[in-house]
Design a protein around this ligand. Structure first.
Ligand SMILES: [Zn+2]
Ligand SMILES: [Zn+2]
Length: 361
């Protein structure tokens, strides 16, 4: 514990030094020119998660599977000509997510590590933290609504409260928006984290949803699924895994909502391309076009550079605790980090916000 505490303190100190640099560095990558759209690769790592976001020649890796899958992830990255990762994200301290990350960091130059502040006392976790610390990586502990740019794709991160009793619910949740389309990656978030995300007014609408916790019945509540309203569900899990993932309740829920699913246990590695309002998948050499469901309307306001403001009718100011209509003049003056989004007046009122006297929401 002593060693771990020391490491955590060092990591926190490193993060404080580098956070601003890390975030600004991210903004600079947006200068690259738009080329071949946006791709999400769900790499088959058996029972675990490893997802690669690719846009305009920039890359973000989200998790890297179990320790024995590190080589496989590295090989895959090399096969895709990934010479550098702008970001390596570690969603939470479970080995089916972080296990292979050390191998990746040893093999592929990485600009920034984005991770949760949750910790674990396993040897594998301590060894990874030790390595990150020793090699002086830029470490970013994101705050909710922090935006990272992967080429012209904007990635919003939802950073939950740390609950070390349930590490799944410490999962960083990422919503990547590109060309009016969005994908949502929820790590191993279970229903209670999903509920918190909804309560906090975080925009979850997405065309593609990587289901939480490998399709477990403890994740992907109906309420959450309805809000996300995806046209395609992705499930990362091992063939005949010990946990029975994905659970049959989750599969029947997807059927009920008529959402097609692709899974690594059946389809192996799946590559999803989002371009011109079209979703195409490639798995086992077979290409498919997925028809978009009507509700996943994820228009992005480029003028305000805010991925969320155009989708919520009400925006609150965390400082003044006042909420506004999304077209109120005062929104322009509000800094992004103070914004909180509501779908309706009730939600704003329940969160303790009062209506603006000007726009009278
Ligand atoms: Zn997991
Ligand atoms: Zn987990």
């Amino acid at each position: 514990m002593k060693l771990l505490n020391k490491l955590i303190c060092t990591i926190l100190a490193t993060a404080l030094c580098f956070c601003a640099v890390g975030c600004e560095g991210a903004v600079n990558t947006a200068n690259s020119t738009k080329t071949n759209g946006f791709k999400l690769h769900m790499i088959d790592v058996g029972q675990g998660d490893s997802l690669l976001l690719e846009c305009d020649g920039s890359y973000m890796l989200v998790d890297a599977g179990e320790t024995d899958k590190g080589n496989k992830v590295v090989e895959y990255l090399k096969s895709q000509n990934v010479s550098k990762l702008s970001y390596a994200v570690i969603t939470h301290p479970h080995s089916d997510h972080f296990g292979g990350m050390k191998k990746v960091l040893q093999s592929i130059p990485t600009d920034n590590i984005v991770m949760t502040e949750a910790y674990h006392t396993t040897r594998a976790w301590e060894s990874l933290i030790d390595y990150i610390d020793k090699e002086n990586f830029n470490v970013v502990f994101p705050k909710t609504n922090d935006v990272f740019n992967v080429g012209s794709c904007q990635v919003n991160v939802y950073s939950p409260d740390i609950d070390n009793d349930n590490k799944n619910n410490c999962s960083l949740v990422l919503r990547a928006v590109y060309d009016n389309m969005a994908v949502l990656l929820t790590g191993d978030a279970e229903e209670s984290e999903e509920n918190k995300i909804l309560e906090n007014g975080f925009n979850v609408q997405a065309d593609v949803l990587k289901l939480g916790h490998h399709g477990s019945s403890t994740s992907t509540s109906s309420k959450f699924l309805e809000k996300v309203n995806p046209s395609l569900a992705l499930i990362s899990c091992g063939k005949n895994n010990d946990y029975g993932h994905p659970h049959k309740e989750t599969i029947s829920k997807l059927k009920k909502y008529n959402i097609p699913a692709m899974r690594t246990d059946l389809d192996k590695t799946v590559v999803v391309s989002l371009c011109n309002n079209k979703i195409t998948t490639l798995a086992n050499g077979k290409e498919q076009t997925i028809s978009k469901s009507g509700g996943a309307n994820t228009s992005l306001s480029s003028e305000t550079n805010s991925a969320d403001s155009s989708q919520h009718r009400y925006i609150g100011n965390k400082n003044s605790r006042v909420f506004h209509l999304s077209n109120c003049k005062s929104i322009n003056k509000m800094s992004d980090k103070n914004k909180v989004y509501f779908d309706n007046r009730e939600q704003a009122a329940e969160s303790g916000y009062s209506p603006c006297g000007d726009c009278k929401p």
